[in-house]
Ligand binder design. Structure first.
Ligand code: GAP
Length: 450
């Protein structure tokens, strides 16, 4: 958050974030991991609707990155890799943050998070900063000695680099082409926080796009724009997104340039994704370290080269958080005639919404529940759909608005006469009558799944 921002705005932003965290817990989006044991503070579990939302975000990414492109293939590499991968990648030597300890209260901090030279907790004296490696160490096999040490991967992309040749030969792709992957990564972050924003276990979606070296700049520009558009296309307000090129002094050791896609979270502008030009750093290092030739031979041009890599690397959890924050709206007094209550609506893009429709019999008699159940059974062959017959219809609509369900389908007395239902739009609250046997086509069209 910028220092110039008025205190009022800051506390409102803080309040908004607290309400979102509370909604996530109350409605089953995100829970603190191991909560009955006091939680871990830096690891999170996705609840019933959260898991659906996260899966939808990943599916939307996979669809745009892999399914709809001729020049991309997918991969699902293992989390545990040969330890030499992390030596070649530079992580064993250099994936560190500067750590300081307070000599008095023993708390630990990231040195670059601290202003001044005293402990922010108790004012005590701090130790000299020393490098702290962020990789989680473990042992492969039953013997816990140095030879068995390996790591939980801190980024998914190394699985792509070490499989470059396997994919090249099995898929018959040639540069420019990309390999895309979604998967868990682990970092023993010194400071965590801002809900799921900085966690120790998180998911990444990464593309390694292999190009002839002379095309690297043009592909870099292309991917920066493409990735920005992806967030906007899924409903994030453009004014809440920005592109921020890295300064020389903040570039990672492997990158010659990098631009972040940032989102204006209630806690300030923060990185969702970085698009980097990694050059041939990784292929070269793995080639040297493994002794295997990782160069590509271009038959047409009779030229052998190590491709350069453009890497759009994003965090699934951060995107989910941005989609939630951006979609969240509070309406003091509510939208209905009853007034008084604060209503919250999650205006998620219909594609991302965990539940696509709720089927609601107006009353629990006159055969309406039976009719509603039949419609529910029909729709859930295609999507996640809720059935709810408990409480007033207004209350049931609000329950769905809170988790972002785009369509409320009500079965009333007219349904029994002419076979039509009302479909209520979450955002406008407008209701239209649709023939029950046209519901699948109606929803499909609204979701853009033609
Ligand atoms: N392969 C390059 C790479 O991993 P990074 O900037 O370190 O680059 C990429 O990470 C993305 O992964 C970030 O933009 C962010 O979205 C996500 N990410 C990184 N650390 C994270 C953490 N501790 N918690 C949640 N997401 C994280």
């Amino acid at each position: 958050m910028s220092k110039a921002e008025p205190v009022d705005q800051r506390s409102q932003d803080q309040l908004k974030m607290e309400r979102i965290v509370s909604l996530c817990k109350r409605r089953g989006f995100i829970f603190p991991s191991s909560e009955i044991y006091g939680g871990t503070g830096s690891v999170w579990d996705y609840g019933p609707v959260g898991a659906l939302l996260k899966n939808n975000v990943k599916a939307a990414w996979w669809r745009a990155a892999v399914q709809q492109r001729d020049d991309m293939v997918g991969l699902d590499a293992a989390i545990l890799m040969h330890p030499r991968v992390w030596e070649a990648s530079g992580h064993v030597a250099g994936f560190t943050d500067p750590l300081v300890d307070c000599k008095k209260c023993k708390q630990r901090f990231r040195a670059d998070d601290i202003q001044g030279d005293r402990c922010p907790n108790c004012g005590g004296e701090l130790t000299e900063a020393r490098p702290f490696n962020l990789m989680f160490k473990t042992f492969m096999g039953p013997i816990e000695d140095e030879a068995a040490v390996t790591y939980l991967r801190p980024e998914t992309c190394q699985g792509i680099f070490v499989n470059f040749k396997n994919v090249l030969t099995s898929s018959r792709k040639k540069p420019p082409f990309g390999i895309a992957q979604i998967g868990k990564s682990f970092r023993n972050e010194i400071t965590t926080g801002n809900f799921t924003f900085r966690s120790r276990e998180f998911e990444q979606y990464e593309i390694e796009f292999f190009v002839p070296p002379e095309q690297a700049d043009q592909w870099f520009e292309y991917w920066v724009n493409e990735r920005f558009k992806w967030y906007v296309g899924l409903g994030i307000h453009e004014q809440n997104l920005r592109l921020r090129p890295h300064r020389e002094d903040e570039l990672a050791h492997y990158a010659s340039c990098c631009t972040d896609v940032e989102y204006s979270f209630p806690f300030g502008w923060s990185e969702l994704e970085g698009i980097a030009n990694r050059g041939d750093f990784d292929l070269r290092r793995h080639q040297e370290s493994s002794g295997k030739d990782l160069a590509y031979f271009d038959e047409g041009e009779k030229r052998r080269y190590l491709p350069f890599v453009i890497e759009p690397s994003g965090g699934v959890d951060r995107s989910v958080l941005a989609f939630l924050v951006d979609a969240y709206e509070e309406i003091p007094g509510g939208r209905g005639s009853a007034g008084a209550e604060v209503e919250s609506v999650l205006r998620l893009h219909p594609r991302l919404a965990p539940i696509k429709a709720a089927v609601l019999p107006l009353v629990r008699r006159d055969g309406m529940p039976d009719r509603a159940r039949a419609i529910y059974d029909d729709l859930r062959r295609y999507w996640f759909v809720d059935y709810d017959e408990g409480g007033s219809i207004g209350r049931r609509y609000r329950r769905q608005d809170e988790i972002g369900t785009p369509f409320g389908i009500t079965i009333d007395s007219q349904t029994l006469q002419d076979g039509t239902v009302t479909v209520r739009d979450r955002d406008t609250m407008e209701q239209v009558r649709v023939a029950a046997d046209r519901l699948v086509a109606f929803i499909r069209e609204k979701l853009g799944e033609c």
